[in-house]
Ligand binder design. Structure first.
Ligand code: KIV
Length: 271
């Protein structure tokens, strides 16, 4: 808050300043109005409307099926709730890899129809033209290197990436390229901690890690994983802060029992 009680909004510039001052950046995903309102009120720096919505909201096995229209629906819901956080939206699979004109149209739809502040795109040199075109239209771009879930069928598995020197070198070069092109930040997913630290210290723009150790400039987790809503996903990098699956199930069982026993509603709960 400022002295006038106005909310000081986080911008891409704020994130660069945070890196300069060594202040870690906190990022979390959200996909709907109610959750985004809580997360924003908690003081989150960046809210990512991730295409992980495909998994945790829609129940798909991968992030590939989610559409641009569906991402726009989620992102617009999040933006309506947010007062302070920077809102970044994933460009979904198929909305930017075809050609750079289509990529720009997708980014423009997200910015116009949701009110979000930036887009995120997976990949390095192979999406260079699309990144350049979107940036030159004035849309801030967050990069995403390492494990890029939209390419899961190319990788074959979700194991740690860039353990071999050739892939690590490609990632170093891609991170430098994305910075040169003008990206404001890069997500580093599931790569060795030493490599993430080295890449982060070689860049002026902040990196946000997930499964990349504590040498990055910030951290991101998927909301449903850190709240324990999703019990089936247990990677080593995940820290759970709640066990909401169990808590919500217990509350629901309690409600069912109250309805069945006619305990609910009682005299005070009726007109
Ligand atoms: O879609 C997503 O949630 C992401 C994060 C895991 C970085 O891309």
């Amino acid at each position: 808050m400022s002295t006038q009680g106005e909310v000081r909004k986080i911008t891409t510039h704020t994130l660069q300043e945070m890196k300069r001052h060594g202040e870690p950046i906190a990022m979390l995903t959200a996909y709907d109005f109610s959750m985004a309102k809580i997360i924003d009120a908690a003081g989150m720096d960046v809210i990512l409307v991730g295409d992980s919505a495909s998994n945790v909201m829609a129940g798909h096995e991968t992030t590939l099926p989610i559409t641009l229209d569906e991402m726009i629906y989620h992102a617009a819901s999040v933006v309506r709730a947010v007062r302070r956080s920077l809102v970044v939206v994933d460009l979904p699979f198929g909305s930017y890899q075809g050609n750079s004109k289509e990529a720009l149209n997708s980014a423009i739809r997200i910015m116009k129809e949701t009110g979000a502040h930036a887009v995120k795109m997976e990949g390095g040199r192979e999406i260079r033209e699309a990144v350049e075109r979107i940036l030159s239209a004035g849309v801030p771009v967050m990069g995403h290197l390492g494990l890029t879930p939209q390419s899961i069928y190319k990788f074959g598995t979700y194991v740690v990436r860039a353990k071999e020197e050739a892939e690590a070198q490609r990632l170093r070069e891609d991170s430098q390229l994305l910075e040169r092109l003008g990206c404001f930040s890069i997500v580093l997913e599931k790569i060795p901690a030493a490599l993430a630290r080295e890449v982060s210290s070689g860049l002026k723009i902040p990196t946000i890690g997930i499964g990349a150790g504590n040498g990055t400039d910030g951290q991101v987790l998927v909301l449903h994983d850190m709240l324990g809503i999703n019990k089936d996903f247990n990677p080593r990098f995940l820290r759970r802060y709640m066990s909401l699956f169990d808590d919500i199930r217990k509350a629901t069982e309690h409600y069912i029992a109250d309805v069945k026993s006619k305990d609910f509603p009682n005299e005070q709960e009726q007109y």
